[in-house]
Write a protein that binds this ligand. Structure first.
Ligand code: BG6
Length: 486
């Protein structure tokens, strides 16, 4: 199956923080791949801006290195030589006057203007103000802001307010890179493009939902950032919340940015507060291959969680009585993200009294987000062979790469897709200001209650499935976590 590439219109994209990690690991290699795919016109300009004094050629040389290292491209790939002339560089002082006039002179009147704020949130205000005051951004320009968007409701509100002084909501693209993942969007396709699931998608038929984002990496190298954040701020308030919303929301009337975001917002607002008994925090311990969290975070007294599991309830008609269990953590057994929907057992089994073994088990739909993107639906069938009606559960397993062929396996990275959406002016996969604030309004009390308590996170072994306590969270409800495996 050949995927269709729709070229975007001509654009000038300015990357603030162009010498930083995100720009070199994700943004620049991503733009290169879109260029190779034929989506970016060769008249487009990608302008790097940062404090470092360097020439256009220096920047191109650095960019080429990143594309080779992080994009898996050969040094002598002819496409590289075609792509690099699109790049240029302007040294800029985000807090002063230097570089802004030069930047303005490089922007073309007729192209789409997008400004990617790949910098610390503390600089968002300075940059927004200078873009406006120097007449570089106008009412048609777009800005892209990275996570973390605030660290609580108050700071997120302040950020929204500050950006609103210079830009309308329609111009602000708040990135949550999970929304750019192919299979995350597939959640909407599966739910709203099939008649099969939606009639059963409610508390009457769904027993519970498990959302797992497990990682094998620790926090070494970014411990000082992570230690001020922890799993709830780093993963739950944003990525896991987005997954939860896509699973739980009502069908939007149209696949339109505000229609989708209105429905997500309703889910966030319907979340019940989480009681202390329904949440487990963990911290990974050292093993022979590496240090534990306390060493990685360089904070021997840290109470920050590198793992969290929680039971979440949504207070609305559709989900009354169906719990959602969320868990995410670092240094776990495998890197895997999946959503498992366990349906209820059939209300009456015709087989039980017929001398049969193997009573019907609940159907389960597992949507694998990464790796091996795909779906697995567990159904009951008759065990083959003579001698009575024995039932057995079998998987209807589909890996998207197998179903769609090699083109299906070659999925664009989340950043590639999202940047192209910015240029197209499509905000569907970006968070709206009120959505971010509502998510903080729900997580703030959870974080505050923990900060006020004297408790420490539960220790767990690196390479395990998380702390024992998290198992008990499920056992209490007579349920089990799905195994974490790649
Ligand atoms: C980032 C978090 O937003 O997402 C990281 O800050 C985390 O801590 C990462 O590792 C996970 O993203 P992915 O795409 O690797 O699942």
């Amino acid at each position: 199956m050949v995927s269709r590439v729709i070229p975007v219109d001509d654009f000038d994209l300015v990357i603030f923080g162009a010498t930083g990690d995100l720009a070199h690991r994700k943004i620049i290699p991503g733009l290169f791949r879109r260029f190779v795919a034929g989506q970016i016109p060769d008249t487009a300009q990608i302008i790097g801006a940062a404090r470092t004094e360097q020439s256009d050629d220096d920047f191109r040389a650095e960019a080429a290195k990143s594309i080779v290292e992080f994009g898996g491209v050969k040094k002598d790939d002819p496409a590289l030589a075609q792509f690099l002339p699109l790049l240029s560089y302007v040294p800029i002082d985000a807090k002063g006057d230097g570089g802004w006039k030069e930047l303005k002179s490089r922007m073309r009147k007729r192209a789409i203007h997008a400004f990617y704020f790949s910098v610390a949130p503390a600089l968002f205000g300075d940059i927004a103000e200078r873009l406006a005051k120097n007449g570089i951004a106008d009412s048609k320009s777009r800005i892209v802001v990275e996570k973390p968007f605030g660290r609580d409701l108050q700071t997120a509100r302040a950020l929204n307010k500050m950006l609103a002084q210079y830009f309308a909501e329609e111009q602000i693209y708040r990135i949550d890179h999970y929304l750019g993942k192919e299979t995350v969007q597939n959640l909407m396709a599966v739910r709203f493009a099939n008649i099969l699931f939606e009639p059963l998608w409610n508390a009457q038929y769904i027993d519970h939902v498990q959302i797992t984002v497990a990682e094998t990496v620790g926090v070494a190298g970014r411990g000082s950032y992570y230690d001020k954040s922890g799993a709830i701020r780093d993963m739950v308030q944003n990525h896991m919340m987005q997954l939860l919303c896509l699973i739980a929301m009502e069908p939007p009337y149209h696949f339109d940015p505000d229609a989708v975001r209105d429905e997500k917002l309703k889910v966030i607002r319907a979340l019940e507060p989480v009681e202390a008994i329904d949440i487990v925090r963990g911290q990974y311990q050292a093993d022979e291959d590496g240090d534990g969290y306390l060493a990685d975070s360089e904070n021997p007294d840290s109470r920050t969680e590198s793992y969290v599991a929680m039971k979440v309830r949504i207070s609305n008609w559709r989900w009354q009585g169906t719990p959602f269990y969320l868990r995410t953590g670092k240094k776990l057994r495998a890197r895997t993200s999946e959503i498992a929907i366990t349906f209820k057992e059939p209300p009456h089994s015709i087989f039980e009294d017929a001398g049969t073994s193997g009573a019907p088990k609940a159907n389960e739909l597992v949507i694998r987000l990464q790796p091996n993107e795909g779906m697995n639906l567990k159904v009951m069938i008759k065990e083959p062979g003579p001698g009575g009606m024995r039932l057995v559960q079998v998987p209807l397993d589909m890996t998207f790469a197998d179903a769609l062929g090699p083109e299906g396996a070659d999925m664009p990275d989340a950043y590639e897709r999202l940047i192209m959406d910015v240029i197209r002016g499509n905000q569907t996969l970006f968070m709206r200001g009120d959505e971010v604030e509502a998510a903080w309004a729900w997580t703030d009390p959870i974080i505050n209650a923990w900060e006020e308590s004297k408790n420490r996170p539960e220790p767990y072994d690196s390479g395990s499935s998380g702390p024992e306590e998290a198992l008990r969270l499920m056992h209490r409800d007579n349920r089990r976590w799905k195994e974490i495996r790649a």
